[in-house]
Each structure stands twice: as C-alpha cells, then as structure tokens.
Design a protein around this ligand. Structure first.
Ligand code: AVJ
Length: 329
C-alpha cells in the first residue's frame, strides 16, 4: 500500500543503507504468514552495546565459552598455522576474543588483521582494542561479510595463507541450509590450505537456552525491542514498544532458539521512510532471530558439504560450545 503523498519526497533522498533498511523492513512486515525482520539490523550503536551487556549476563555463557576456548588453545592453533598468514574476521564485534589468537600468531613477524563489520561502532571499538597489540596491523573493512572477504582475498600477499575467523556462533543465525550455502561462498573466496576457524554453540538443555535468550533482567528483551526503536529512529516509524513483548521459543524441528516480538493488541504502525503501514493482529509476532544449536557431527558434515575438511574441534565443557578448524580442500 503506497501513500501517494510520500513517493517523490522520500525515496530520492534516502542514503543507500537506509533505503536498503527500509526495503528489508517493508519486505519482512509485508509477508503473508509469519512477519520477520533480519537480525543483522540489531547492531546499531545501541544494539551493539546491549549485546556487549548480554555477553556478560550469567545466563548467557556463549561469549565467555568462546573466549575460554580461544584463550586455552590459541598457542596450539598458532603453532599449527601456516606462514605467512593474514587474518580476517567476519563480524569482529568488539574484538576482545580475537586478541588471544592474534597475540599467539605474532612471532616477530607482523600479522595483518582485517576485521569485517557492518556496524561502524563495533568496528571502531575493535580497531581501538586491537591496534594496541604488538606486531598486529589492523585494517578495518566496513562491509557485508562476503563483500569484505572478497576484498581481503583480493589483497592477499604473494604466497600468504588466509585464516578466516567466524566466531561467536553467528553461523547459527543462518536458516538451515543457508549456513552451508554461506560457507560454500566463503570457500569460493579461498585457496586450498586456507583456514576457517568456526565458533558454534552446541545443543544444550532447554531451560538453559530459554534463560540465555530471555534473561530475567530483561537485557535480551531490550536488545530485541531496540530493533523497533531503531526503525522508529531511522525510518520515521511509530512503533509503540510497550505494545510489543519479547518472546524466546525453542523450535524442535530446526533445533533453534527463536526470538519474536509479540503484538499485545491489534494495531497499525506507519513506517514513513518505507512508505508503508503494517497491520498487526493481537498475539501476532515478528520473528527477529534464529540461533541454531549444532552437534559436533553436524559441524563435521557442514565442513565436508562446503569444501573443507574438519581438522580439529576444541570444546568448552562448562557451556557446550565448539571451535572447529576447517581447512580448505
Ligand atoms: C551474536 C548472533 C551469536 O545468536 O546467540 C544474543 C546474538 N541473540 N542473544 C546469538 C544474540 C540473543 C547471538 N549471536
């Protein structure tokens, strides 16, 4: 439904990123059946800060598990690593976890590190965090993952291998099948012998998962609701956040924890910059994220199916989490 008066005024002046955001929001809320919004839009400055808060919550052990495995095995990983080596990271976030690997890789020879991030705020804090590490030259790449990776691969030094870091179980946010297709695209930018270090959260008891994605303090709820606040801020919308409720559900069919925003009543929301009015029934939800939980065998199968061999897996026992080393075949 386009509102005639808007057309000429708005579309012409929107920056590309905002126009894409508006188009994605409209497509997701216009869908027949389950409405959805892409989880990548969680990470504006407020969202990135809320995720940093989530990662220190007692109920959400994922980030600490990832960091434990990296800290404990960084030396081993560095000793096995091919040289010369360039490192790039898909979704570096604050970069805190990456420090262990970079410090271990530095052996008197400069290591080039390319954090690839769509969140300018996160990229800036990552550069601040890691440019202090001896022997590490940080070159931030503010791009979508695959675009950034292609750019880094194109700059590869003669004879150098690439280590791609994809940590924090962001792989789990891809719908089933999409994770394999994504890793196949990653493989296509690499050469045989290159490395992919993949952090993935493992299946675990349901009550532990529900507490992690719906913590009693409401930090995850704020992270989820911030998506609507961002749409209000950047797309001139009028979501009333108190008329939506954060919900975390476990989908047994896909072995994923899903986050939704539930409409507490029938309501209409205008999204000015998307020239669109969204209708919500009472109890209708917007699906904002899936977080798939893997088994170790499933990760091995994923490696083979996307052109890699799974060389090694390091597992955190306290919070079932795996760091898997994939070698490009
Ligand atoms: C950073 C995407 C891995 O899916 O667990 C945290 C984001 N969502 N709490 C995840 C998130 C809800 C997180 N990832």
């Amino acid at each position: 439904m386009s509102m005639r008066g808007f057309d000429v005024l708005v579309t012409e002046r929107l920056p590309a990123a905002t126009a894409q955001f508006a188009a994605d929001v409209r497509a997701g809320l216009e869908r027949a059946g389950q409405k959805e919004l892409p989880s990548k839009y969680f990470y504006d400055a407020v969202g990135s800060a809320l995720f940093e808060a989530i990662s220190v919550m007692p109920e959400y052990g994922l980030t600490r598990a990832d960091e434990r495995v990296l800290r404990e095995h960084a030396g081993e990983i560095a000793r096995m690593a091919p040289t010369p080596l360039s490192v790039c990271e898909l979704g570096s976030g604050s970069g805190k976890k990456t420090r262990w690997i970079l410090e271990a890789l530095y052996r008197g020879q400069n290591v080039s590190y390319y954090p690839i991030e769509i969140s300018a705020a996160a990229l800036a804090s990552c550069e601040r965090e890691l440019s202090l590490v001896d022997g590490i030259s940080v070159v931030g790449v503010e791009r979508e993952y695959l675009d950034g990776l292609r750019e880094v691969a194109a700059r590869r030094e003669e004879g150098a291998h690439l280590l791609v870091l994809f940590l924090g179980s962001t792989i789990g946010n891809f719908d089933s099948g999409a994770d394999r297709r994504f890793l196949q695209s990653v493989r296509q930018t690499l050469i045989a012998g290159d490395w992919l270090l993949l952090g993935a959260d493992l299946v675990k008891p349901l009550n532990q998962l529900l507490a992690a994605y719906d913590d009693p303090a409401g930090v995850t709820a704020a992270f989820n609701l911030n998506l609507l606040a961002r749409i209000n801020r950047e797309l001139d919308a009028d979501f009333h956040l108190r008329q939506f409720e954060h919900v975390a559900r476990f989908n047994e069919r896909t072995n994923s924890i899903e986050m939704h925003l539930l409409s507490k009543k029938a309501q209409t929301v205008t999204i000015g910059r998307a020239e669109f009015m969204a209708q919500f029934r009472e109890g209708e939800s917007i699906w904002t994220e899936s977080s798939h939980k893997y088994s170790l065998a499933e990760l091995k199968t994923l490696a083979i199916a996307s052109g890699f061999d799974c060389q090694e897996q390091w597992i955190d026992q306290e919070w079932q989490f795996a760091e898997s080393l994939f070698i490009a075949r």
